[in-house]
Design a protein around this ligand. Structure first.
Ligand code: NAD
Ligand code: GLY
Length: 354
């Protein structure tokens, strides 16, 4: 088992990575504060893993909230469903919430934990590749608003993250590939050696070789933990983790949440950000091609939806959380393994690439 630590002073927490972790109860129990636990999951993940988790928590008083599946369900109405459940069943401040599922469940559960009675403990058990390499680590919690992605939320750290690699065996290929977009992101934004390693391991990753997946997930979590430890609330370097997200969030919101998977939006968004970099003479065309090829190798989309041009993108990007004083800011790859935050992208250049 690999154990990483996200170093945030008194809010530090461990990230455990192993096969079969959902069944290792002692470890999980040691992070639960008191008797009561509420597991939040959805109607796809519950039949796969909920009973197995519950039967391992016999020392606790456990109940659950099972939400409908889907990105469109990451909303204020379901946030209220969780809060109402906690109140109805008289959960107190010592209850621990467990998020069992992908990024949607992790984000909404974390936000409910941040708000319920002004903050209760929560634990992440991410079950998708995307949530294992990105969303379960770092404490960004949120729900979507019809006018914008992740527009209501809080920075609120979990008490521990349990990454069970075995859960990937039930994940649909399209979802696995969407997670690969966030994996590739780490290589592009700041780690050339990792990007090369990914290029060399495409076949093994696609074949689901456990050793290789474990190595890959550990690398991503370490990268994320290092960045978050140095900039928890995104006043600087953490913004680099949004590579591809400015365009990606616009695609997700414009198409309707759930039509394009989050990782698919990020994949196309990364290609567009790299295209922008080429147009600004900041990135070699050969490096652009390699980025595009690695993304395409995981069957991810590399072109924007046909119904979206400059006007559609700009409408959403104006509400991007990175913007300062109304100025759009983009994460631009300047080489494989190097990226910058830029606020000098002209409308002409944007129009040209979109
Ligand atoms: P998701 O949570 O919708 O999960 C994808 C699909 O896989 C769902 O249908 C889910 O029910 C199903 N599923 C989950 N685990 C499974 C398993 N083991 N076997 C079979 N099916 C399984 O989507 P996601 O890609 O995990 O997460 C995307 C969300 O994460 C977006 O809302 C995005 O905004 C958010 N996100 C948050 C952060 C952050 O830092 N908080 C970072 C990246 C993404
Ligand atoms: N996924 C972006 C971040 O956690 O900052």
């Amino acid at each position: 088992m690999a154990i990483l630590n996200l170093d945030l002073g008194e809010r530090s927490y461990p990230i455990y990575i192993d096969s079969g972790l959902i069944n290792k109860t002692d470890l999980l129990s040691s992070h639960i504060r008191a008797k009561r636990v509420c597991i939040v999951t959805n109607d796809i993940v519950a039949p796969l893993y909920l009973d197995s988790l519950k039967t391992k928590l016999t020392d606790f008083d456990v109940d659950e909230v099972i939400l409908p599946d889907g990105e469109a369900e990451k909303n204020l109405a379901n946030f209220e469903v969780i809060i109402s459940h906690l109140l109805t069943y008289e959960h107190g401040r010592d209850t621990t919430l467990i998020a069992l599922g992908g990024g949607v469940i992790g984000d909404i559960t974390g936000f409910a934990a941040a708000c319920y009675q002004r903050g209760i403990d929560f634990i992440q058990i991410p079950t998708t590749l995307l949530s294992q390499v990105d969303s379960s680590v770092g404490g960004k919690t949120a729900v979507n608003h019809p006018l914008g992605k992740n527009m209501v939320g809080a920075f609120y750290q979990p008490k521990a993250v349990f990454i069970d690699i075995n859960s990937l065996t039930t994940l649909p290929v399209r979802e696995f590939n969407a997670g690969m977009a966030e994996v590739i992101k780490y290589g592009v934004l700041g780690d050339k050696a990792f990007f090369l390693w990914l290029e060399d391991n495409i076949t093994a990753i696609k074949a689901g070789e456990k050793q290789v997946l474990a190595q890959m997930i550990e690398k991503c979590c370490q990268c994320k933990a290092d960045i978050v430890a140095s900039d928890e609330k995104e006043s600087g370097v953490r913004a680099l983790l949004n590579l591809g997200h400015t365009f990606g969030h616009a695609i997700e919101a414009e198409q309707g949440y759930g039509k394009w998977l989050h990782g698919e939006g990020v994949a196309t968004g990364m290609v567009l950000a790299a295209k922008l970099a080429v147009a600004m003479n900041l990135l070699e065309v050969s490096e652009f091609r390699r980025i595009e090829e690695l993304i395409a190798a995981f069957d991810l989309p590399i072109t924007a939806p046909k119904n979206m041009g400059f006007a559609e993108f700009i409408r959403h990007m104006r509400r991007d959380k990175k913007n300062i004083a109304g100025k759009l800011r983009f994460i631009i790859p300047t080489a494989i393994g190097q990226s910058e935050i830029r606020d000098d992208v002209t409308q002409d250049t944007l129009q040209e690439i979109l």
